[in-house]
Design a protein around this ligand. Structure first.
Ligand code: AMP
Length: 191
């Protein structure tokens, strides 16, 4: 069983890479961003609670996202491995995930950080906002806010996985194939 985390700033291509990796390695894909957007779309009580947080581009509180991932892991006891897309985003979430996976005797194998300059992130996100009509993607100041949160809160979790020797950064400024080739080369070395 292998467990992979994909992290990176908004617009770095986490979702696109995740789709390729889950298919190739037969993993179960958990995207906390997709799960939260689904709650908002279905207008559930949780969706109503988090809608304006997503809209502002702030992080949803740790308890909520950790709770969602805990339930998903309970619902998929027999899987071959998991790909966590956009989770963990804080140190508290990273420690909670370690604990959840320890209970399954199947720790994180690799954290992949998608690296690209902020300027390209902003260009990509604003383009996506127009195409997908995502309200958190349509204003530059909102994208800049998410980038700031990424640099101050999420990027520090790199150290957590670096210390464990489970970290790679890949250049995500070119095509999805270019990004995937770097990831595949690394996975071939460690698996
Ligand atoms: P994403 O699609 O991963 O960019 O996530 C979209 C939005 O969902 C983020 O801007 C946050 O508001 C929220 N979100 C997604 N994942 C998390 C997480 N692990 N912790 C807190 N908030 C999250």
């Amino acid at each position: 069983m292998i467990n992979i985390i994909i992290a990176g700033p908004p617009g770095s291509g986490k979702g696109t890479l995740a789709k390729i990796v889950v298919e190739k390695y037969n993993l179960t894909h958990f995207s906390t961003g997709d799960m939260l957007r689904q709650e908002v779309e279905n207008n559930t009580p949780l969706g109503q609670e988090v809608a304006c947080i997503l809209e502002r581009g702030d992080l949803v509180c740790d308890d909520i996202v950790i709770g969602m991932i805990t339930h998903e892991l309970e619902d998929h006891p027999q899987m071959t491995g998991f790909l966590f897309d956009g989770f963990p985003r804080t140190i508290v979430q990273a420690k909670a995930l370690d604990k959840l996976l320890k209970a399954k005797e199947s720790p994180v194998n690799l954290m992949i950080l998608l690296d690209l300059p902020d300027k390209i992130c902003i260009e990509r996100i604003l383009r996506r906002g127009t195409i997908e009509n995502r309200s958190d993607d349509t204003h530059e100041y909102k994208v800049q806010h998410r980038l700031n949160t990424y640099h101050t809160v999420t990027k520090p979790i790199v150290e957590h996985y670096k210390k464990q020797g489970k970290f790679i950064a890949v250049d995500s400024s070119k095509t999805p194939e270019h990004t995937f080739n770097q990831v595949e080369a690394c996975l071939k070395r460690i698996l």
